[in-house]
Design a protein around this ligand. Structure first.
Ligand SMILES: [Zn+2]
Length: 300
């Protein structure tokens, strides 16, 4: 009888708790959290896929969404520095404050962070991320690391559901590994030529796939490039036989197109996040589309 009562009390507490309410800052994290959480979570994403996550307006409606969360998963490395601290402050939800178990900096999953600056950085360099390059989710191996980190944190918040979270993270890894090998194989043709990117965003993708990048059109992030810089890059790109200038959908594509034309290269607009373009409606679909675009443009 005592055991039955305990069991009933346990069931009642789980039912009352309901699904874990997870707020993710960006769509890639939203997709990963949904995979790991399954039916045991409710996911809300703050920054829609087609928005540049560096510059999301910190609207009160977003703070209200965060106010109801059990767990906040964010990219970190200051990607969201312009808006997330404001939202956390306005949300009045102690669960998601720094230091609480409902506050998860997904960059803590990483084994390697690219471009951690050495020495002083100044505003003259543009919008440089002081703790290193935050665009790590464009390497799917990092997506796997993040999925496991999410599973552990969800397990901490809902111990009775821990096995499910961990099993789903393992299943996601098993699904992604053969895809990763296929994407790496598909990158052979784009590897034949160096590329140029519009602005800093693609370093993890390039490092993972072994793509050589000659430089950025917007070399100081967030600051319009000087005509002299573009002239120099165009000269270098022509000399090196660059065939592709890659850009995110939210970049200044008019400037990118002009530079690509002068280089004799194609402007290749890649999904920089889940849901940033049609067809990129999942994390694997985003990489499928990236590799398709890179290889198709190569054959033009
Ligand atoms: Zn950035």
């Amino acid at each position: 009888m005592k055991h039955l009562l305990l069991a009933l009390a346990f069931l009642a507490s789980t039912a009352a708790a309901g699904p874990l309410k997870v707020v993710c800052t960006v769509t890639d994290l939203g997709w990963l959290a949904a995979e790991v959480g399954g039916d045991d979570v409710e996911i809300i994403v703050l920054c829609p896929g087609e928005y540049d996550p560096h510059f999301l307006p910190a609207k009160p409606s977003l703070a209200r969404k965060l106010g109801k969360a059990d767990l906040l998963c964010y990219n970190g490395l200051e990607l969201e520095v312009g808006w997330l601290p404001v939202l956390i402050d306005k949300a009045r939800n102690t669960k998601v404050r720094d230091g609480q178990s409902g506050h998860l900096d997904c960059a803590h999953a990483l084994e390697h962070i690219l471009e951690v600056p050495e020495g002083e950085i100044s505003r003259a360099q543009g919008d440089v991320h002081p703790h290193g390059n935050p665009h790590y989710l464009l390497d799917p191996r990092n997506g796997i690391l993040v999925a496991h980190l999410m599973a552990e944190r969800m397990a901490e918040l809902r111990p009775e559901l821990a096995d499910g979270f961990r099993d789903r993270a393992d299943a996601l890894e098993a699904d992604l590994l053969p895809r990763i090998a296929a994407w790496e194989g598909a990158a052979a043709s784009p590897r034949a030529h160096p590329l140029v990117h519009y602005t800093k965003q693609w370093e993890y993708l390039e490092a993972w796939l072994g793509l050589a990048c000659l430089g950025a059109v917007e070399h100081r992030p967030g600051i319009s490039p000087s005509p002299r810089h573009v002239d120099e890059l165009v000269t270098q790109a022509k000399y090196a036989g660059v065939t592709q200038l890659i850009a995110a959908p939210w970049n200044h594509l008019d400037i990118g197109q002009k530079a690509a034309d002068r280089m004799g290269a194609s402007l290749v607009i890649l999904p920089a996040a889940v849901d940033s373009q049609d067809g990129a409606d999942s994390y694997p679909a985003m990489f499928d589309l990236i590799l398709t675009r890179l290889t198709t443009a190569e054959e033009d």
